[in-house]
Design a binder for this molecule. Sequence first.
Ligand SMILES: O=P(O)(O)O[C@H]1O[C@H](CO)[C@@H](O)[C@H]1O
Ligand SMILES: O=c1cc[nH]c(=O)[nH]1
Length: 270
Amino acid sequence: MNVNLGKVKAARRTLALQRAQWQCLAQSNNQEPIMTPHNHAKPGDYAETVLLPGDPLRAKWIAETFFEVPKLVNSVRNCLGYTGTWKGKPVSVQASGMGQPSLAIYVHELINNYGVKSLIRVGTCGGLNSNVKVRDIILAQGASTDSSIVKGRFGAFNFAPIADFGLLRIAAEKADAAGLRFHAGNILSSDIFYHADGLAGYDKLPDHGVIGVEMEAATLYTLAARFNVKALTICTMTDCLITHEEIDAEQRQTSLSDMVTLALDVAIAD
Ligand SMILES: O=P(O)(O)O[C@H]1O[C@H](CO)[C@@H](O)[C@H]1O
Ligand SMILES: O=c1cc[nH]c(=O)[nH]1
């Protein structure tokens, strides 16, 4: 395909200018600045550390169950975001939606529009290793991917999206101290939920130590690296692609307390 890069760059510049004008206009009309098309939170509404579940109802459940005095800060598209405190320290939760394109929007804006410095995904994942049991926690040390968001950025290179070592270390220590069953390792962030070939669709990855599959971590890690902030993905394994054991949708929303408590403790320890 013949792509005119000059035109693409000019279009991007125009879009950026339009956005800046739009925000100035809102401010000169004495309106609260509208921050982005996806997030109507005001500057300062988010804490420096944000938990990122894919599911908006999990965000609501986390805020209402764990936060002291939760405040709804975003409900655009029902992709809910809340800020509150955990053990007296400020923390936020923002749903990322499913998949890397959706997460990329929320993460880009949280970092660049709201000054967020640390992002901890709290997700569910499929199991690709028989040692990982349903309800076990996976700390995603690295995230392999088939996503063009990551692959398309590095030309001839294969970039390795990795977790922030400090967050990872704190999470491992706290999971250990709490006696949780957990595994630290490489996961797959796939753009495809329904692989036509089932387990075979993951090809050689399980044989190379990839222990779980979800749909967001690799882009989270790549954006965190690009913008020099911290990121970690913690997942609960909810369905094993080898044994086909699984927990149901209701449990996916609400029976993830161990993972959320761990993520919140990491958030305030950092
Ligand atoms: O439970 P969440 O955090 O949404 O994560 C997993 O669940 C969704 C697929 O069912 C994808 O978003 C995948 O990454
Ligand atoms: O992305 C996901 C999430 C949970 N289970 C899967 O098999 N894939």
